[in-house]
Every structure is written in structure tokens, then in C-alpha cells.
Design a protein around this ligand. Sequence first.
Ligand SMILES: Cc1cc2nc3c(=O)[nH]c(=O)nc-3n(C[C@H](O)[C@H](O)[C@H](O)COP(=O)(O)OP(=O)(O)OC[C@H]3O[C@@H](n4cnc5c(N)ncnc54)[C@H](O)[C@@H]3O)c2cc1C
Length: 330
Amino acid sequence: MCLNEKIEVLKKANLKNYCTFKIGGVAKIVFIVHSTQQLYKVCFMCEIHMLKYKVIGLGANLLFDDYGFNGVIIVNKSHKIRFYKNCVFVDSGVNLSNLILNCCNKGLGGIENLIGIPSTVGGAVVNGLGAFNVDFANFVEYVDCLTENGQQIRLKNSACRFGYRTSIFKQKNYILLRVKLKLNVSNFKTIKQNMLIAFQKKSATQPLENFSAGSVFKRFFIDTKNKQFNSNSFIKNNITKNSICYNENNITKNEKFFEANQIIPAKIIDKLGLKGLSVGGAMVSTKHAGFIINTGNATSKDVKTLIELINQKVQLVYGFTLPLEIEIVK
Ligand SMILES: Cc1cc2nc3c(=O)[nH]c(=O)nc-3n(C[C@H](O)[C@H](O)[C@H](O)COP(=O)(O)OP(=O)(O)OC[C@H]3O[C@@H](n4cnc5c(N)ncnc54)[C@H](O)[C@@H]3O)c2cc1C
């Protein structure tokens, strides 16, 4: 990578090229930044000029609208990684798999089960990324971010309010610049072995070969005592006012999608026989019912219609709808 890479500016850029779903219309302007300084500069400029903007990583959790984005998309490719003992200081634009490989070479582990998940470090923090019993958030010491008025602030782990696929960054319009991680001292061989197992497991069960944005729906946490679901709380099983009551006659502990106080959308969709269901170019994956894949020329309308069809069926049978994990960007 060239050290003096300049900010790239693309007018009327096709958003298909900036997300893993390969869906979306045109954005007025796309900026591609290669350092946190450039990220700061572009965001600050957008704030000053009151431009609508959004910072993205790999776009691995996004569904861009067919009508595009009437503003500025900033693609974060900041890429610095610095090690100090078992701590890593990493730019928010660093690709997660690259980071894991770099850490592996240094004998630092803990996050290796997350290999192969398309994400930047920024996206992983915002979304509370996790897999195979590993939560990225558990390794975050602090996050350096930029507030809307151009102030740089440091948020410790506890201030990030991590929860299942969520964090404070879903509510606040902070721009993540850098993250400090504290990893486990391990050895290359063990980490590599864990990495291989996790990757094999992932590619055997998920359609990594297709265009998608990962799991479309979020898991629910369930409070059996109060007969309530909750997918929005910051803390697992912390039932809030937003909780949804469920009908015990429809869901029993014997149902296969009920696991460790969680309702698993993929299992519900599978049970309803919806694998392979398609609208236009969007299809429920036959490999993993939680994924909607773009079979070639899907539009965001196709995906949204398919989501509606799934939720209509779920509502009819179980009396609730599945909350979205993917983010729809307009
Ligand atoms: C094949 C596949 C498998 C997947 N498997 C998993 C899995 O096992 N576990 C899991 O948790 N997820 C999984 N995902 C979902 C996805 O990988 C995660 O949500 C990931 O964290 C998205 O990262 P990103 O960098 O692409 O963020 P984006 O999708 O680009 O952005 C996500 C959100 O974060 C915001 N954001 C990103 N960077 C910044 C920044 N620097 N500052 C401020 N805001 C920012 C964006 O504005 C957006 O709101 C999968 C996705 C795919 C396609």
C-alpha cells in the first residue's frame, strides 16, 4: 500500500461497488480515505458544509436503496496497525481478517474465530460483531472517535454499551477513528488451528460464495418468566419497555429454534420451509435460511419484498415479526 495515497473522489458512484450485497443505486459523491487523518478531514468538511454523509467499511451489513444515496458516502480504508505487548492500536478501516492474520503472526489470539467475517474494525465495533462464542467487543479497551462538532473523544469499553449486535454507536453519530484492543498471548500454531476450524465451520454453513449482507434478521432474547422477547436491549436478557409479548401456545421449549434463551430467525425460516423462496434476484439461501442472497441482479426492492413475505409468514404462524440485523441505507 502506498503511504501517500490521496483521498479518492468519485462523482455519481455506483453503490453496488461498495457493499457485499452488490445492490444499490448511485451516490452523489463517494470519498475513499486511506488514513484516519483523511477520514477526520472529510467528515469535518461534510459537517461544515452541512452535507448528508455516511462512513462505511466494507458495506457488509448494508442494503443500499435502488434510488441511491443523496449525499456523501465515505469509504474508510484507514489501515494502520501498531502493536505494543499484547495491545493493538488499530485504525477503524483495517480489514478484520487482515488484523487477525497480523495478530496471529505476533502470537496474539482471542479473536481468531472471527476470521472470514467481512468487516472493518469500525464496522465490528459499531455492530458488536461476533461469532462462535467470541464477541469482538470483549477485546476492545477504548475507541477514539469524532463527535458531530469535530471533537475527538475516547470511549472506554463500558461507555460503548456493547450488546448483542449493537453498541452506543448505533445511536450516536460518532465517527470511529481508532481502537485499542487487548488480546490474549498465545502461540501461532494454536491460533492458526482455531482459525482454520472456525473458517471451515463458517464456509460449510454459510453461503460465503454468494453476494449477501450476512444474517438478515437478529436473534431475540427471551424472558421465559415474563413471556417477552427483546432484541433491542443493550444487555442480553435485559427486558425493556420495547419488549414484545409472545404467545406460549405458539412457541414451546421443544421448538428447535429456541436455544439458550434465544429465538434463532434462521431456524424459524427453515422450519417454515422458506429456503429457496425468491423475489426477482433475491433468494433465501438454501445453505443458511438466515441469509438472503443476490443471485445476480437483485434490487433493494426485491430484498425488501422478500423480507416482508418472510415476516408475513412468521407473523401468521408465531404472532411476531423478526427484527432486522441488516441496515437499510437511503
Ligand atoms: C458473508 C457474511 C457473513 C457475515 N457473518 C457475520 C458473523 O458471523 N457475525 C457478525 O456479527 N456479522 C456477520 N456479518 C455481518 C457483517 O460482517 C458485520 O455487520 C460487519 O461488522 C460489518 O462491517 P463493515 O465494516 O462492512 O461495516 P458496514 O456494513 O460498512 O457499516 C455498518 C455500520 O457501521 C457504520 N460504520 C462503519 N464504520 C464506521 C466508522 N469508522 N465510524 C462510524 N460508523 C461506522 C456504518 O455507517 C454502518 O451504520 C456477515 C456478513 C456477511 C456478508
